[in-house]
Design a protein around this ligand. Sequence first.
Ligand code: GLU
Length: 263
Amino acid sequence: MSFINNCKRIVVKIGTSTLTYSNGSLNLRRIEALVRTISDFKNAGHEVIMVSSGAVGAGYARLALSEYPSTLALKQACAAVGQSQLMRIYDSCFSLYGHTVAQILMTKDVVENENRLLHLKNTFFSLLKMGCIPIVNENDSISSQEMQFGGNDTLSAYVAIASEADLIINLSDIDGLYDKDPRKNPDAKLIDRVDKIDDTIRACAGGAGTARGTGGMVAKIEAAEIASNNKIPMLIINGQDPFILYQILDGKHVGTYFAARKD
Ligand code: GLU
């Protein structure tokens, strides 16, 4: 039996650079492929929660701003416009395959407060029981620094913990974690499994992400560590072609697998 069969509840995290073109407009071909593969995960008996970025990027494109927003107020306004665009597209694409989506916008104070966390958990469990696909993003339009997760990689780890997920699949713009930066070192090798996140692994992660996303490998390793410490494994794969998810559904190994902590 392949490992994916043991992962009933899966959090799929998808970032801005995978969902949008460099001008911020939504990459519909990719979104459609993503929706189709996630629908097949559902049809195969898995429960899926998506953590989707792209709100600021989509808002920036829709408002036809001349440059990417740099101030917090403008980013928050863009997110308010883009979030509804995103959900409209997800709703219409998932509806084609007979699936129902539900929007959850989170701020960090929710997971820090026992009572609010309980409400969040109950909402996740009720939605999943009814067969819905919760789609989570940070509530960018109202988040202040104290309330921020610091990016959707971290958010995906907290979503997995709150929803008691069995696996996080993090769709990146790179095949996984390399032993050195593959953009600078052509001989860099993909690490296919990490059992313990230590300084050597952190050193492999290197620098920041793209201008449109907040991620980068460092944020992904931090998220993998939070997940692993809470007994949840995480897989980083390349989301440029979302049909790669079918390889996972077929039990094949792709990307870098961060094992859950044992002790
Ligand atoms: N929440 C932000 C958005 O939807 C993105 C944050 C991130 O990419 O980590 O645009």
